[in-house]
Design a protein. Sequence first.
Length: 157
Amino acid sequence: MAEVYYVSRKKYEALVNELKNLKDLKASLSNEIGEAAAQGDLKENAEYHAAKEKQAETLIRIQELETKLRNAEITDDLTVDHSEARIGATVTIKDLDADIEFTYTLVGSMESNPDKGLLSVKSPLANGVLGKKEGETFEAILPRGPKKYKLIKLEYK
């Protein structure tokens, strides 16, 4: 079974746009390769080799995007229990040991960016909070060991 990629509608549309641009680039590179090949000896033709390398990278990225888009689940369309922390939720969590609060939006791995407050549901911290209700305490198994937290606030925007 193929991996499901959870993405927001905005991210999905950005990926579709990137795919379109890459397909346009692929066509352009094919022309460049044809023109470079027409110049003769391909062994010493730097333009030809650079275009072939760029084409290979582009084809790999196109294949990746097509797979991800084919297996994408748009989180905006998911029906989830809003009384529990699920993908798409914005959670304020308190580190019970350090007495520090922080806020994250739970997202799919393709959108994860903790510095911008976007936490992958596959991360250890998100794994600990998933399914929890506001006010519940939970333990997350972090690389440095288990740590206790409390879900202070849960909202869906």
